[in-house]
Design a protein around this ligand. Structure first.
Ligand SMILES: [Ca+2]
Length: 436
């Protein structure tokens, strides 16, 4: 800009120095020499004027450009000021929120302190009341009426004992009669075989009679049994057999497998897995035939619990169906959406049904390998690598060699393929157990 102004001033100086007459109209014509000088001067002036125009043009462009730049800078400054102001507002808002939260915290602290004092006060009141009651009882017992009350209490206690004894005797009698009736009924059934439909109706009628055995642990629970332990059950169209019932607040679960200390060898053949083995009060496998017999009579759920050596535990629960001998006791877990990672160690492969395998019955999905032989025990094997709760029991610490460790009890999506678990329990119950 300065340079352009400098050029303009210089041109004006040259013009004034040359004494160029800008207006020549009406002047007297000079001599020939003078004329030539005038023409030469006019050419110079034309050149200078042209230069001036050029300069003016450049100057104008420069000014326009500068104006645009200045406008941009102003706009940017305005935007910057705006964002600074917004940030200031945000900061104020945050400060206000922090103060508000501090107030809330203070209020909660005060409330908690008040509550704690209230509880303390209540405790003191209760304690005083208890002391007063104790004093009253003591004085009554020591006073004139004391012996009378003691006598009445003793008499009541004796009556209660007598009643309990009579109830127990009645119960014994009832149990004996039940057993006798059951024996007679099974003798009658055996001697007079009836059509299937009729037999079913008859069995359903018996269900309501007092002599019929419970079909599973949940029925026992519904009849008032709340203590876990060994019970005899008799599923529909089946012989009676003993099971371990895990009685919970929800209902009665029939335990089908338990591992806890390695006291029972689970590396068994097909027949053993079909009929069951072990001790119901310790480690055992209830038997595929028994599990099928119970679960075929309705909708059942399978719950599996396992724990590691840090006593951490996990569990999964599936609705399931177990096929009979003809399907190699295929386990089918219907696809109810997607399986969780934990569930996928068994659920995913059992959607269409997964047959059971032992080392002498290779029904697994691995074509070139017998999973039960390669690992250990019997299980619903797929490709030998997802789960096996009937594997070898390893005490802690487990063997260092991976090829040994993989024969252990494992659930791949919980503690991994090579972590031998500490315990496992599998149990079944009617699907509506949780609705109670
Ligand atoms: Ca195989």
């Amino acid at each position: 800009m300065k340079t352009a102004l400098g050029h303009l001033s210089l041109c004006l100086l040259v013009l004034s120095a040359s004494g160029f007459p800008f207006e020549r109209k009406g002047s007297t014509p000079p001599g020939a020499k003078e004329k030539r000088v005038q023409y030469a001067a006019r050419d110079d002036v034309n050149i200078i004027a042209h230069g001036l125009l050029q300069l003016g043009q450049n100057l104008k462009e420069h000014v326009d450009k500068t104006k645009v730049q200045m406008r941009d800078i102003f706009n940017k400054l305005k935007a910057f000021n705006r964002s600074m102001s917004d940030m200031g507002k945000d900061s104020l808002r945050l400060q206000a929120r922090a103060l508000e939260m501090e107030d809330q915290l203070l209020n909660v602290t005060v409330e908690l302190r008040d509550k704690a004092e209230e509880v303390q006060q209540e405790r003191r009141t209760m304690s005083e009341r208890m002391s007063r009651i104790e004093e009253k009882v003591d004085s009554m017992l020591q006073g004139d009426k004391g012996p009378d009350i003691q006598l009445v209490l003793e008499a009541q206690s004796r009556r209660m004992e007598e009643l309990v004894e009579r109830v127990r005797l009645q119960q014994d009698k009832l149990d004996k009669q039940s057993t006798r009736l059951r024996t007679l009924q099974s003798q009658i059934q055996r001697s007079r075989p009836r059509p299937e439909a009729h037999a079913q109706n008859s069995a359903e009628e018996q269900r309501d009679s007092p002599v019929e055995m419970a079909a599973d642990c949940h029925q026992l629970f519904l009849r008032g049994e709340t203590t876990s332990g060994v019970y005899t059950i008799q599923p529909l169209h089946s012989e009676h057999f003993n099971v371990f019932c895990e009685m919970t607040a929800d209902g009665g679960w029939t335990v089908i497998q338990r591992r806890q200390d390695g006291s029972v060898d689970f590396d068994q053949l097909w027949e053993a897995y079909e009929n069951g083995f072990g001790s119901l009060n310790g480690e055992f496998w209830l038997g595929l035939d028994h599990i099928h017999t119970i679960a075929k009579n309705g909708s059942y759920v399978l719950e599996i619990k396992f724990s590691d050596w840090g006593d951490d535990s996990a569990s999964v629960r599936f609705p399931f169906k177990l096929g009979g001998k003809e399907s190699n006791y295929s386990l089918r877990i219907p696809d109810s959406g997607t399986f969780s990672t934990l569930e996928s160690s068994l659920g995913t492969d059992a959607v269409l049904g997964l047959p059971f395998s032992t080392s002498d019955h290779d029904n697994d999905h691995k074509v070139d390998m017998n999973c039960a032989k390669h690992l250990s025990g019997g299980w619903w094997f797929t490709n030998c690598g997802r789960s096996n709760l009937n594997g070898r029991y390893f005490q802690s610490p487990p063997p260092k060699q991976r090829h040994q460790r993989k024969q252990g009890i494992f659930w791949k999506t919980w503690r991994g393929r090579y972590y031998p678990l500490k315990s496992s329990t599998m149990m079944i119950a009617p699907a509506d157990i949780h609705k109670l």
